[in-house]
Ligand binder design. Structure first.
Ligand code: NAP
Length: 381
């Protein structure tokens, strides 16, 4: 029995396929466009299967004899449900690279069914949420009394077209945060979000020199950790941020409501996506090889104690390929089970299932600031 990569000829799918082959796998490459799939399968010398997601019968046939699926076709608000349903129907383990909160929440609703079927479901095995989920777990280990978690990502460089299309689909949902364990809407201009984040020492040389460290302005973001860090840590208050130039931080509270209004209109949203789709691709090989990403996390316990940490990782799409394939290997190992360690079926988070330290063993991942408790003080911008 093999595993299947769906969306294999997409920008990130292809990076995952190449990394899988580099590591000695021979996944079944899958997607809905036969021509593009055959070309990739020939190049990588892998088997392939052509099937769409909107035909449940063909989808289930496409998953025959498949042990696990790594789903890379997004936006996942449109693609995850049929694939997850089919995986649960045929008993295949499911992983994807979503970062979309509604997709995680919908997956967690399938927990009981996944347990019944003995299936492992692990959404978010990319840049979002592998390192941030680990940071949340490591911070909680350093400060077990933590009640409030903040996570920020600094990922300089161009996003892929698929990522931008996914953002366009997500904008109408507005900004979310987690408070007292519940997801709730928030206003990006609120004072509580006005802050700077210290991403640690500056990179002194190379293509990232001067582009990584130091205090940086951030905007609040509806990031997948609002769903996963809550399940991994149980910390009830969670806010996620992305870095942005100061000017964007100032404009966002004014621009976002307008953008939301425009993108709520289906035909306008589709028009924007069609325009974006024409540009195609993502960061080039040189950028992926030389780029770096930083993750910052902070917990507070409300009793005067805090802890912070900073991680450095490879460029986001390269990290997604490196980490996604290794997470799949980790899930296949878990799925092997044993008499002493039964298969942990259900909807799992990366750090919950693979452990908080697992991320530290990934290539080129470095801890720049270790999580150690200190007296709390929040710096407002
Ligand atoms: N978690 C993370 O950190 C992370 C990292 C990277 C990417 N992502 C996410 O991964 C997704 C893909 O990104 P990308 O850069 O690879 O985008 P992309 O280059 O546009 O590729 C998207 C792929 O999905 C397929 N697809 C889309 N809708 C489909 C549908 N309804 N049925 C079947 N196939 C469908 C496309 O096939 P067609 O060409 O036939 O439409 C294509 O193969 C995005 O949602 C992005 O946000 C997440």
């Amino acid at each position: 029995m093999s595993w299947l990569l769906y969306g294999a000829y997409g920008f990130t799918g292809r990076l995952l396929a190449e990394e899988a082959v580099r590591r000695g796998h021979r996944p079944i490459l899958a997607g809905r466009d036969g021509e593009r799939l055959r070309a990739l399968a020939r190049t990588l010398n892998c088997p392939h299967r052509v099937f769409p997601l909107d035909d449940p019968f063909r989808l289930e046939v496409g998953l025959r004899q498949v042990r696990a699926v790594l789903h890379a076709a997004g936006p996942f608000v449109e693609t995850s449900a049929p694939m997850l349903d089919a995986c649960l129907a045929v008993g295949a383990h499911y992983m994807d690279i979503t970062g979309e909160v509604p997709v995680f929440e919908a997956a967690f609703e399938q927990d009981a069914r996944a347990r019944d079927e003995g299936v492992i479901v692990m959404p978010g095995v990319g840049l979002d949420v592998i390192p941030t989920d680990a940071a949340a777990a490591l911070l909680q280990r350093a400060l077990p009394t933590a009640r409030r978690l903040e996570l920020a990502l600094h990922s300089p460089g161009r996003p892929s077209t698929g990522t931008l299309e996914t953002v366009v689909e997500g904008v109408p949902g507005g900004l979310l945060v987690r408070r007292k364990g519940e997801l709730q809407g928030a206003c990006p201009g609120d004072r509580e979000f006005r802050r700077e984040v210290d991403f640690g020492p500056e990179a002194g040389e190379g293509p990232m020199a001067g582009r990584l460290g130091g205090p940086r302005s951030v905007i609040p973001a509806t990031w997948g950790d609002l769903a996963t860090a809550w399940r991994t840590t149980g910390i009830p208050d969670i806010t996620c941020y992305l870095t942005a130039p100061r000017r964007q931080v100032q404009l966002l509270p004014l621009a976002l409501p307008v953008l939301r209004g425009v993108l709520k209109v289906g035909p306008l949203r589709r028009l924007v996506r069609r325009r974006l789709a024409r540009t195609g691709g993502g960061p080039d090989a040189e950028t992926r090889a030389g780029g770096r990403t930083r993750v910052w996390g902070r917990v507070e316990d409300g009793e005067g104690q805090a802890a912070e940490m900073v991680l450095e990782l490879p460029e986001g799409y390269r990290f997604t390929a490196l980490a996604g394939i290794r997470a799949l290997e980790g899930v296949l190992e878990l799925a092997g089970g044993s008499r002493r360690r039964p298969v942990p079926a259900g909807v799992l988070t990366p750090a919950g299932a693979l452990g908080p330290d697992w991320v530290l063993g990934l290539p080129e991942v470095e801890v720049l600031r270790k999580p150690q408790p200190f007296p709390a003080r929040v710096k407002r911008a």
